[in-house]
Design a protein around this ligand. Structure first.
Ligand code: AMP
Ligand code: GLY
Length: 421
C-alpha cells in the first residue's frame, strides 16, 4: 500500500518514519514534507492546506491511506474531501475537528457534558471584555484566541493589565486575524500538565501513553508560549488512579459527547490537561497528535501503527489489539531559530547532522528544514528535535543533549531543562 502523509513538521517526520517501518507499506509519500522527511518518504510540493491539490496527489500516487498531521487542513475539511474521492483518510472530519478549531465550542461542549475544565467567559466585543476584567479581582487569568493560532494564541496574564493588553491584541489589533475575533477568558488553574492522546473511531478508544510538553520558550518555564520546546514520555505521576480519572472523566465523556452532538470523532483526540488537587482539568482539546509529543511517543511505540490508522479510518478499531510500548523513557529536545516564537531568520545552514549516529534509540526529527543544494537549511521557528530512549529520564536526557550538542546553526536555541520538572 502507498501512504500519503500530509504536513511538513516534526510530528509528520516521526509519522512518516514510523509508517515506513510497516510491512504493509510499499512506499510513503509526504506533502509538503521537509528535508528530514525526504530521507524516509517521497516529498511533493503541495501545501497541506491545498485540499484540491492533496486530493489530486492522493489519486495520482494511488494512495491506499492518507494520514493528516496538522490541525489547519483538518479544520478546513481535508478528510471530508479525501474520503469523498473514495480514499481512506485518517483524521476527524471538519465538524469533529471543531473541538480544536473553535475553543469557544470546545468549552461549551465541556460545560454541556460536564467534562471538567476551568471556569470561562467568551467575548467578541472589546468593551464588554474590558468591562468584565474591570469588575474582577486582579488575580491571574488566561486569555485565548478562540481560533487556530499555532500554539501562540494563549496568554497566561498575571494581572488585569496584562489580560486587557492580550484582549486588545485579539479584538482591537487583530493580531490573530479571524482566529482572534472571539476571545475566551479562563480561570487560571495550577498543577502539573500532561498531554493524553487517544486513538478513537468514535466507538472504540485506544489510549496512547501520557506525555509531557514544555510550552514556554525559556528554561524554568519562562517567556512566551511556543508550539512546544520538548517533551518526554511516559509521565510518572499519570498512572493508577489518576489515569483512571483521565479516562473516565475526560477521554470517554469527550468521545461520547461528540457522538451525542452528531460530530463523531475519528482520529487522534488530544487532551491537554492540568492535574489539579481536584483532579484533571481540560486546558484544551486538539484534533490531532501533539508536536513534539508525537516524536518521543512514536519512538516508544512497538506496535505497527498502520493497522490502527486504517482501522480507525474505516471505523473498525475494535478489531485491534491494545498497543505495545517500549517501557523505557523517551526524551525529545527541540532546537529553534533565534527570535522564535516571534520573527526569526530562515535559510541558515545546519551543521553537524552527519555527526549524529541515529538508530532505533536515537533520532533527529526535522521540523522546519529544507534543502538548498547540498545543504540542509533552517525554514521555520522550530527547526529540528533530537529524541532519545533511555532506561530513565536522566539517561534519555543525557543521550539527547549529547547528540544535540553536535548540531549547530546560527542563533540556535534550545531549553536545557527538558524532563527536569
Ligand atoms: P493551550 O494551548 O490552551 O493548551 O494553552 C497553552 C498553555 O497555557 C497551557 O499548556 C498552559 O500552560 C497554559 N494554560 C492554558 N489554559 C490555562 C488555564 N485555564 N489555567 C492555567 N494555565 C493555562
Ligand atoms: N505540543 C502541543 C500541541 O501540539 O498542541
Amino acid at each position: 500500500m502507498n501512504v500519503l502523509v500530509v504536513g511538513g513538521g516534526g510530528r509528520e517526520h516521526a509519522l512518516a518514519w514510523k509508517i515506513a517501518q510497516s510491512p504493509l507499506v510499499e512506499k510513503v509519500h509526504c506533502a509538503p514534507g521537509n528535508a528530514g522527511i525526504a530521507q524516509v518518504a517521497q516529498t511533493w510540493p503541495v501545501q497541506a492546506e491545498d485540499i484540491p491539490g492533496i486530493v489530486a496527489l492522493a489519486k495520482e500516487i494511488g494512495a491506499g491511506l492518507v494520514v493528516v498531521g496538522p490541525e489547519a487542513p483538518l479544520c478546513a475539511g481535508i478528510v471530508d474531501a479525501v474520503q469523498a474521492a473514495g480514499i481512506p483518510c485518517f483524521g476527524p472530519d471538519r465538524r469533529a475537528a471543531a473541538i480544536e478549531g473553535d475553543k469557544a465550542f470546545a468549552r461549551e461542549l465541556c460545560r454541556r457534558h460536564r467534562i471538567p475544565g476551568p471556569g470561562f467567559w467568551t467575548f467578541d466585543d472589546l468593551r464588554k471584555a474590558l468591562a468584565f476584567l474591570d469588575n474582577r479581582s486582579d488575580d491571574p487569568i488566561v486569555v485565548k484566541a478562540s481560533g487556530l493560532a499555532a500554539g501562540k494564541g494563549v496568554t497566561v496574564a498575571k494581572n488585569r493589565a496584562q489580560a486587557a493588553a492580550a484582549v486588545r491584541e485579539c479584538l482591537e489589533q487583530g493580531r490573530f486575524g479571524a482566529a482572534g475575533a472571539t476571545v475566551v477568558l479562563e480561570e487560571c488553574l495550577e498543577g502539573p500538565e500532561v498531554s493524553v492522546m487517544a486513538l478513537t473511531d468514535g466507538k472504540t478508544i485506544v489510549p496512547l501513553d501520557a506525555a509531557q510538553d514544555h510550552k514556554q520558550v525559556l528554561d524554568g518555564d519562562e517567556g512566551p508560549n511556543t508550539g512546544g520546546m520538548g517533551a518526554f514520555t511516559p509521565v510518572s505521576f499519570v498512572r493508577g488512579r489518576s489515569w483512571g480519572q483521565i479516562e473516565n472523566q475526560v477521554i470517554i465523556p469527550a468521545v461520547h459527547a461528540m457522538n451525542r452532538e452528531s460530530r463523531p470523532f475519528r482520529g487522534f483526540l488530544y487532551a491537554g490537561l492540568m492535574m489539579t488537587n481536584n483532579g484533571p482539568r481540560v486546558l484544551e482539546f486538539n484534533c490531532r497528535l501533539g508536536d513534539p509529543e508525537t516524536q518521543p511517543l512514536l519512538m516508544r511505540m512497538q506496535s505497527d501503527l498502520v493497522p490502527y490508522l486504517l482501522a480507525t479510518a474505516e471505523g473498525r478499531l475494535e478489531e485491534c489489539e491494545p498497543m505495545a510500548w517500549d517501557p523505557r523513557t523517551a526524551v525529545c529536545v527541540m532546537a529553534t531559530s533565534e527570535g522564535y516564537p516571534g520573527s526569526y531568520p530562515k535559510g541558515l545552514p545546519i551543521h553537524g547532522l552527519d555527526e549524529v549516529e541515529t538508530g532505533p534509540d536515537l533520532q533527529v526529527f526535522h521540523s522546519g528544514t529544507s534543502r538548498r543544494g547540498s545543504d540542509v537549511v533552517t525554514a521555520g521557528g522550530r527547526v529540528l528535535s533530537v529524541c532519545a530512549l533511555g532506561a530513565d529520564i536522566p539517561k534519555a536526557r543525557a543521550r539527547a543533549y549529547e547528540a544535540l550538542e553536535r548540531i549547530q546553526f546560527r542563533g540556535m536555541h534550545f531549553r536545557r531543562d527538558i524532563g527536569c520538572r
